[in-house]
Write a protein that binds this ligand. Structure first.
Ligand SMILES: [Zn+2]
Length: 287
């Protein structure tokens, strides 16, 4: 955090330096845009091909073929979910939270993509609907579906609680779910777990100290966020032990609810859609 009492005095011209206007690092006008109309059109006549109920304080894995859709649905009560996505054929290609944040901002909604790790950097999934899009940003600077948090984990908990052992943080839940879905040993599976999309979680940064905050999720049963799969996906979703994340996580204190994942097959591929190619950089790195 920035010190309230800086050691070094402001130099002459400090006010002018601070008054320089920011520029957007990655203008999205330069990104290839998804044809949302074409993607949304093929939902007419889609067929539900499967569903997975994620138990509270636990995670479950699911698979979505390229060209199909999946929804994460709130059921029973307000609940936050931590989502990991991998290329089902190559776990080294996985969701890249940091670059997605750099491209689309701190919180995602309809039309944003979940980009994959280097050197692939292609859209693993496109968000095609979000019933919480009305929320926008609140007066605290909070919004839902962030890519700024990481996932609650037992290691940070161990540090902050002076040695505490808690086994149902999202990190551990995702690790167990991936191990069960792939047959990988637990510690190998753990190395593939990555920073998440915090589904339904309401978060932001405090204006005075820049600290990461959370507040009660506005999600209610029936709300959902919907994705179109760009490649064959393996997903894992944890129903966070923080419940609606209004108070605390990394414990069994919060009231928790299940989350539902539904998978849908459209009657035909979206018009003009092709599977996204791996990134075009030649990887010679100047050598
Ligand atoms: Zn969590």
């Amino acid at each position: 955090m920035k010190s309230e009492h800086p050691v070094h005095p402001a130099p002459a011209g400090a006010a002018a330096r601070k008054a320089v206007r920011p520029v957007i690092c990655y203008p999205v006008e330069n990104l290839p845009r998804p044809d949302l109309t074409a993607l949304q059109a093929v939902r007419a006549g889609w067929v539900k091909t499967g569903e997975t109920l994620v138990p509270p304080r636990d995670a479950a894995a699911f698979r979505v073929p390229a060209g199909h859709f999946f929804r994460i649905v709130s059921v029973e009560g307000p609940q936050v979910g931590d989502l990991n996505l991998w290329n089902d054929a190559d776990l080294s290609e996985r969701f890249y939270s940091g670059k997605t944040r750099a491209l689309h901002g701190t919180h995602l909604s309809t039309g944003d993509r979940m980009w994959s790790s280097f050197p692939h950097l292609r859209p693993l999934a496109t968000i095609t609907d979000d019933t919480l899009d009305w929320y926008g940003f609140d007066s605290f600077g909070g919004a839902v579906h962030d890519v700024i948090g990481t996932r609650c984990d037992p290691c940070t908990h161990n540090l902050l609680s002076h040695g505490g052992q808690y086994h149902h943080c999202c990190h551990s839940n995702l690790t167990r779910a991936l191990a069960a879905a792939t047959g990988l040993p637990l510690h190998q599976a753990e190395s593939h777990v990555h920073d998440v999309l915090n589904v339904f979680m309401c978060t932001g940064f405090t204006r005075d100290t820049g600290q990461y905050f959370m507040k009660a999720s506005p999600v209610r049963p029936g709300d959902y966020i919907e994705f179109f799969a760009g490649v064959d996906l393996l997903g894992a979703l944890s129903a966070c032990p923080g419940g609606d994340c209004s108070a605390e996580h990394s414990s069994d204190v919060a009231t928790c609810h299940p989350l539902l994942v539904e998978v849908f097959a459209p009657p035909s591929p979206p018009q003009g859609w092709v599977r996204p190619a791996r990134n075009g950089y030649d990887r010679t790195h100047g050598v």
